[in-house]
Write a protein that binds this ligand. Structure first.
Ligand code: HEC
Ligand code: HEC
Length: 327
């Protein structure tokens, strides 16, 4: 199906503040008064062309919500990326393994040494191919998009399997290696100790074998990957690919009223106030300078003059909400 809307959509302000759309405008000063809306998203804009294999998605769904991927089996991906809280956790700074409760009510237990230093990103449309750079600082990034090889720049360097299929699958290798997020605190387990020493491959191997040892998982892995026959064939790469397929499918969100406007080219589908906002966004307020394209982002990094609040990572913050030692 080829349903790409190519005619530029032009918004025109009418008297009285009411907006209407015209598919083409013939009049005068176009630069001042008109802006094109982006083309709508199609299946091809998503990994697996929007249709990942059902057995892969099912494996990914089960793993995403299963604490089996954490050192102490006490936290899953879904704890911080909870569908009940918009695929985030409702907290400014997440509470990883050892925490108690869900969403904004989650609190630290005694054994928890620190908070996750950054906000848990929501995962909407994270399966779109245009997300080539992941995490707040883009530390997982497909270099191919920048004209280089097919490699993915990542914190583990060449330890990351070279045949990982997407930045999204590459990302899944990392939460499990963070002591605070999923692996556990030094001294608690072999996996936690490996995390402390940044022995990531050891963690990935331990997790692959732990999952493969569960008969139901081994069946699911066999269904999703024809090359997997026995538990010894299972690698963390299989788990990561399944997690990516699940996230790409489950968090796809391109049926909003905005998406309808992009598909039909008719902003009058929106309530009047919303049309006014759309007009502002694309013209006077200049939001679309950065929030461009159907995903409302240019995928670039911008300095927006907001100081770091809270611990963050790396350089000390201008404002620290937590006393020394708590991070
Ligand atoms: C303890 C909370 C926590 C857990 C558990 C967790 N995440 Fe996250 N996730 C975060 C935080 C915080 C970030 C942002 C980190 C950063 O940028 O440094 C993030 C970022 C991401 C991103 C990048 C999103 C983007 O827009 O760049 C993806 C994808 C993701 N997580 C998936 C997962 C998967 C898959 C798992 C399980 C294997 C998982 N997360 C487990 C808190 C968590
Ligand atoms: C110079 C580029 C730029 C412009 C112009 C801009 N933004 Fe942003 N905006 C950003 C960046 C960068 C972020 C992400 C900050 C972060 O996550 O750390 C952001 C974040 C946001 C968010 C939060 C999104 C989320 O998922 O949490 C909203 C909402 C937003 N902008 C709305 C607007 C509106 C409305 C306008 C126009 C009035 C606007 N922005 C103009 C760069 C811009």
């Amino acid at each position: 199906m080829n349903f790409r809307y190519s005619t530029p959509i032009v918004l025109a302000a009418l008297s009285g503040g009411v907006l209407s759309a015209a598919l083409a405008i013939a009049s005068g000063d176009e630069e001042m008064t008109t802006t094109s809306l982006p083309s709508p998203l199609t299946d091809q804009d998503f990994l697996y062309d929007g249709a990942p294999d059902a057995s892969l998605v099912e494996l990914g769904r089960t793993l995403f919500f299963d604490p089996i991927l954490s050192g102490n089996k006490n936290i899953s991906c879904g704890t911080c990326h909870d569908p009940a809280f918009g695929s985030g956790d409702g907290l400014a700074l997440g509470i990883g393994e050892g925490g108690i409760g869900a969403g904004p009510d989650r609190t630290t237990a005694d054994a928890v040494l620190g908070r996750v230093p950054r906000n848990a990103q929501p995962l909407w449309n994270i399966g779109a191919r245009s997300y080539v750079s992941l995490f707040h600082d883009g530390r997982v990034e497909a270099l191919a998009a920048k004209g280089s090889t097919g490699a993915i720049r990542n914190p583990a360097g060449s330890d990351l399997p070279s045949d990982v299929s997407s930045p999204l699958a590459a990302q899944a290798f990392f939460p499990v290696t963070s002591p605070i997020e999923m692996a556990g605190q030094y001294g608690e387990s072999q996996m936690a100790n490996a995390a402390h020493h940044e022995s990531r491959r050891e963690i990935w191997d331990m997790l692959a074998q732990r999952v493969a040892a569960v008969p139901t998982y081994l069946d699911m892995l066999r269904a999703a990957f024809p090359k997997v026959e026995i538990a010894g064939d299972v690698e963390f790469l299989h788990l990561a690919e399944a997690l990516a397929a699940f996230q790409a499918e489950a968090f796809r969100a391109d049926q909003s009223p905005f998406d309808v406007v992009l598909r039909t080219g008719d902003p009058t589908y929106l309530p009047l106030e919303t049309q006014a906002g759309l007009d502002l966004f694309y013209r006077a307020a200049g939001c679309a300078r950065c929030h461009s394209g159907p995903l409302l982002t240019d995928h670039q990094f911008h300095a927006i003059v907001v100081p770091q609040i809270g611990p963050g990572t790396g350089e000390p913050s201008l404002v620290t909400l937590f006393p020394k030692g708590v991070r």
